[in-house]
Ligand binder design. Structure first.
Ligand SMILES: [Zn+2]
Length: 365
């Protein structure tokens, strides 16, 4: 499948590196292109708080702001707020209308996120693909909690669609609205909105959610919540529960999948077309570098056994770090010395491994 956006095409299956605040940590846009990146993520919640969505808009939009003239997707912030509410109920309260939260960034000012605010903010940021503001089902949620999340996710999706319609179309009175935009409608400044399926680990709720999201006729569909991403088997089972309900001509985005390279094989085999995860860069920064022969598919470069190891990270890897011949011993030394070069070389290797893995798989349709 090819997803057309106003900043270029995306071929699936695709792994999307995460640049939460408008930067894939330690990498330049050229680095990202050189390792085969087609599309990156940024996060609405983080950009809304700093520098502010309006500031990004005034600076010409996210692509211009960060020097990335290629496809970009923003997550709505629903997942971050769900995580915040799980960490500290005093910092974040979710109700039927939206979420009230306190940010650590601005001295404890109270903020309110609603589907309307989340969509307007993503439009200001200027992403090519924007995500519905949802209520992700947390890990271990019982059925009653899951039902509340699913109901809110559906009600909020309707409000997201309405907001996108009104914000972009600005129709004169009595003019019919023209939503949804076609997938790949190359209309500058018109983002594609993806709806998100929630349902936790309950197949009946997952199917109910899938049917509802599909009925909204959006250009793409995502599946999210804690049941997706952490355990590849559970992720595959969750997708399998809804796969037959989903249109074949629209991309399915599995949110937060990609801790290990093998997770990509699993999730794309299950029927997803797109996925993203912070893990490759986060693991890289903490010393974990992908290697297909290692336990857990990664080396821990901090270990002393690498101090005199003259081999490269992965002899079969075509990334800049491996092809240039940087040894495990050198990377071990850089990591121990907390040299900035380590973060770049390590992130390049881990991201390239993920992108190469996705590119080696059959095209999804
Ligand atoms: Zn490499």
């Amino acid at each position: 499948m090819i997803i057309h956006t106003s900043h270029g095409d995306v071929r699936t299956p695709v792994f999307m590196p995460v640049g939460t605040v408008g930067s894939v940590k330690s990498l330049t846009p050229d680095d990202l292109l050189n390792l085969g990146t087609q599309i990156i993520l940024a996060n609405n919640y983080h950009l809304y708080l700093r520098p502010g969505s309006k500031a990004v808009k005034k600076l010409g939009g996210i692509h211009k702001f960060m020097g990335w003239n290629h496809p970009l997707l923003t997550d709505s912030g629903g997942f971050q707020l769900m995580s915040l509410s799980r960490q500290n109920i005093n910092l974040c309260h979710i109700d039927d209308e939206g979420v009230t939260f306190t940010s650590h960034l601005d001295g404890g000012i109270s903020h309110r996120f609603t589907p309307e605010i989340a969509i307007k903010s993503q439009i200001d940021i200027g992403a090519d693909i924007i995500m519905a503001f949802d209520c992700p089902v947390p890990a271990g949620a019982d059925k009653k909690t899951t039902q509340i999340c699913v109901k809110r996710t559906h009600e909020w999706l309707v409000r997201c669609i309405k907001t996108l319609n009104i914000t972009l179309s600005r129709p004169p009175k009595n003019t019919p609205l023209v939503f949804p935009p076609k997938l790949g409608g190359n209309i500058k400044g018109v983002p594609d909105l993806f709806g998100i399926i929630q349902g936790g680990t309950f197949p009946d709720l997952l199917r109910e959610s899938a049917q509802f999201v599909v009925s909204q006729n959006l250009p793409g569909i995502a599946i999210g919540g804690a049941a997706i991403g952490s355990d590849p088997k559970q992720t595959a089972e969750t997708i399998a529960a809804v796969r037959d309900l989903l249109p074949k001509n629209k991309p399915l985005y599995a949110m937060g999948v990609g801790i290990r390279p093998s997770d990509l094989i699993s999730v794309f085999s299950a029927g997803a077309d797109m996925c993203d995860c912070v893990a490759p860069t986060r693991l890289a920064r903490t010393g974990y570098l992908y290697n297909p022969e290692a336990k857990s598919e990664r080396l821990n470069i901090s270990q002393n056994k690498f101090k005199l190891d003259k081999s490269v990270l992965d002899v079969n890897c075509d990334c800049y770090t491996c092809v240039s011949g940087f040894t495990r011993a050198y990377l071990h030394h850089l990591f121990k010395s907390r040299e900035l070069l380590y973060y770049r070389l390590a992130s390049i290797h881990n991201l390239r491994t993920m992108i190469r893995t996705a590119a080696s798989l059959p095209t999804t349709s």
